[in-house]
Design a protein around this ligand. Structure first.
Ligand SMILES: [Zn+2]
Length: 263
């Protein structure tokens, strides 16, 4: 009988061997413990990434295995705010790569990292590429920011047209999703809007200026919070879960061409 479980941490080793044999993909949330303004808990990024991953995996339990999350991440630019825990990028590359290579060793041929923290992205992208290189192409790996699905981006544009494609930080999107899941943990009355300026623009071009956050954000917020609501959060969450459910199935079904050595 097929194994109904999809959370790796709850499986035994014979069960894990069996689900790998079924050709399931490994999906692994990644995030951070980091300041998210005076209103959101420090676990915002990892909590949201893990919730979305688990809910999307529950839609396709025969195609995925959810790997326990990478809780800690890279965020030296938020260290002026108490509670942020940051990992050196080289340590993080080595640590997450070791986890991915372990998954490959046990037979997973596809690994998808569901990233909840923007500044993890360049680090996890290197991890994904190194996983492919170090396994000689046997295991394919990719890291995607959890807000980057057509469904989520579409719903964000519909609910918050003023954002013009920006996600902000500890702003309306994250605050809404969190308050939709755990309203008792969000102290929205403590937050103040801190709308984006043209600091991160050069004319109309985006300027990837990686400044220390306390230099431009008073409370650790970048964006508008006052228009967040649990109803909007539930809509965003549903869009994220729908989008990631599709992403999981498409990655599961994707045919990866083998390498050719032309020497
Ligand atoms: Zn965040």
């Amino acid at each position: 009988m097929a194994i109904a479980k999809y959370l790796m941490a709850e499986m035994t080793w014979p069960e894990l061997r069996e689900v790998v044999g079924e050709g399931r993909i490994a999906v692994m949330p990644a995030g951070i413990i980091e300041q998210h303004g005076p209103q959101l808990p420090l676990n915002t990024d990892i909590f949201l990434a893990e919730q979305i991953t688990n809910l999307a995996a529950a839609l396709h339990p025969d195609k995925v295995v959810v790997v326990p999350p990478i809780v800690h991440g890279h965020s030296p630019h938020h260290m002026d705010f108490p509670g942020t825990l940051t990992v050196d990028p080289q340590h993080m590359i080595n640590y997450v790569l070791d986890v991915c290579l372990s998954l490959s060793h046990h037979g997973f041929r596809k690994i998808l990292i569901v990233n909840g923290h923007g500044s993890n992205a360049p680090v996890l992208d290197l991890v994904a590429r190194q996983t492919i290189i170090r396994t000689g192409g046997k295991t394919t790996c990719a890291s995607i920011f959890y807000m980057n699905s057509v469904e989520f981006e579409g719903k964000t544009a519909e609910l918050f047209p003023e954002m013009a494609g920006r996600f902000g930080h500890a702003a309306q999107v994250e605050t809404s999703v969190y308050i939709g899941l755990r309203p008792e943990l969000v102290q929205i009355d403590k937050a103040h809007d801190d709308p984006p300026t043209d600091l991160m623009l050069l004319g109309t071009a985006k300027l990837p200026l990686r400044l220390i956050w306390s230099s431009f954000s008073k409370e650790g917020i970048y964006g508008t919070v006052s228009n967040a609501s649990p109803e909007k959060g539930q809509k965003l969450l549903a869009a994220a879960v729908e989008g990631w459910g599709k992403v999981f199935v498409q990655f599961y079904e994707k045919q990866i061409p083998g390498r050719v050595d032309h020497h």
